[in-house]
Design a protein around this ligand. Sequence first.
Ligand SMILES: *[C@@H]1O[C@H](CO)[C@@H](O)[C@H](O)[C@H]1NC(C)=O
Ligand SMILES: *[C@@H]1O[C@H](CO)[C@@H](O)[C@H](O)[C@H]1NC(C)=O
Ligand SMILES: *[C@@H]1O[C@H](CO)[C@@H](O)[C@H](O)[C@H]1NC(C)=O
Length: 504
Amino acid sequence: MWFLAFLTSLLGLSAVFTLAAHQQGLFDLYRNAPSSAHSMKPSSWRDTQTPFKLASFDPDSFKPFGQLSALSDEFTTLTHPAFPKFSVRVKKSDFCDDTVAAYTGYIDIEARHLFFYFFESRNDPTKDDVVLWTNGGPGASATVGLLMEHGPCRVVNSTATKFHPESWNSNANIFFIDQPIGVGFSYAEYGETVSTTEQAAVDIAAFVAIFFEHFNQFKNRGFHMAGESYGSRYLPLFASAVYDQNAKLLEVGMTPINLSSIMMDIRYLPLLRTSEDKRLTSPRSTCVRMKQAVPRCQKLLQASCIDVFDMIGCYEAMTICEMELRAPLMASGKTSRAIRTIFDRDAGGRCYPIRNVIDEYLAQPSLRKTLGVDPAVTANRSISSDLVGHMFNDAGDTLHTSYDHVAALLERDVSVLMYVGTYDWICNWLGNERWVGALEWSGRGQWEENEERGWMVDGKEAGKTRSAGKLTWATIYGAGHMAPYDKPKESLEMVNRWLAGEDL
Ligand SMILES: *[C@@H]1O[C@H](CO)[C@@H](O)[C@H](O)[C@H]1NC(C)=O
Ligand SMILES: *[C@@H]1O[C@H](CO)[C@@H](O)[C@H](O)[C@H]1NC(C)=O
Ligand SMILES: *[C@@H]1O[C@H](CO)[C@@H](O)[C@H](O)[C@H]1NC(C)=O
């Protein structure tokens, strides 16, 4: 059971699709990535595991900034003696939502600079929880979440946005982070790059600590980390980094982050195991062939990705699995409803044309000025960076899953919400359901006993849900890969109930 879940989540991750300009398989991306594209060798897997230590400091040497509202529309730079390599530039920005205060800025880590947006809650910014949102990719900008899915405004055309009533800041203060560097308005000097989730996680955890120490109004506030797609690789590691960092914060007399939950879906390919899968492929011969390929694929992945991590062997295994298990599903695109719903939105394979409008909108010089985009970011940045995708592939990040991290978070009382649109193919609900069901954790028995039920919005069933302990699973009927774009009302209801600690 565990094995199946691990295997299929690898396959799911290999579908480097979401926001990459070309729909290539993982191996294509790997093979095509010119090594000269990297001004620096990606760090090896092991390099990224080095635990960092907080600097000890004299508590009197630190003075918190105080209230966010005291910031001006010029950048203020914040530092913290426990994090000598980090600082935060932040300013008030009149942007996107004129009913609340908005802030933008950079997390500066020596030569690396991560851009973020922060919006106060429309309800009660002084009491509501804090959510941190990141998109997936790897390489997708958080402006996808912000300007098309569930942010306080949505782009209308290349110069305008409109108020979004179903924004996730309805009951939460929310960060949107362009990460890792190279994504959105984030940048680096001296050709520095980040190519693994482990590296990215340290930066995010440090940022959260510095922010909460300075703006102490947020101390102890419930903190949730949310995203979608490749976010399912990021978030469990980010949350683990925040969790581990908490112990270090305590050691030096700082306040730990009240890490409450993660919310995500998994990029994941279904295996042919239940009757529902019949909906996903049509010709019988294809089904038979796929079924035969499953044990071979499992064996190869077990040998090269799990028993031993051999990057070349693992890529090879992945290629075979891709060819035998993903390609036929892609090819059957016109025959299955689940796939057609997504792919027919535009013939070029870019499922959501509104994404192009976001690129144009963000290219406006006046907007960049409002946001405080650093002059070092000269080029127009697409909402998805192929280069970052390549680098994560090269570094093998896309070959690893966050499976064990999710289980470990559950054991540490961090809640996990897995949500998925029923028309999403990349993060398809069949695969996600199996992944969740196969998680090895102490609530597994309870999970198996508990029944799935419908969850309702305005008296209508909006999807199915199932829970055990800290784990909740939910589908959203009729939503594709960008669930909050397709089903804004249902997505917001789900998030509101989740943040309020209610059952869906
Ligand atoms: C964008 O939309 C706004 C508001 O609807 C409108 O005033 C403006 O003329 C539009 N701009 C373009 C370039 O279409
Ligand atoms: C942590 O946040 C949750 C809300 O997510 C809240 O119920 C709880 O009281 C908070 N814990 C502390 C120590 O403030
Ligand atoms: C950035 O995009 C805008 C609008 O799409 C275009 O006018 C401008 O020439 C582009 N700038 C660069 C440096 O490519």
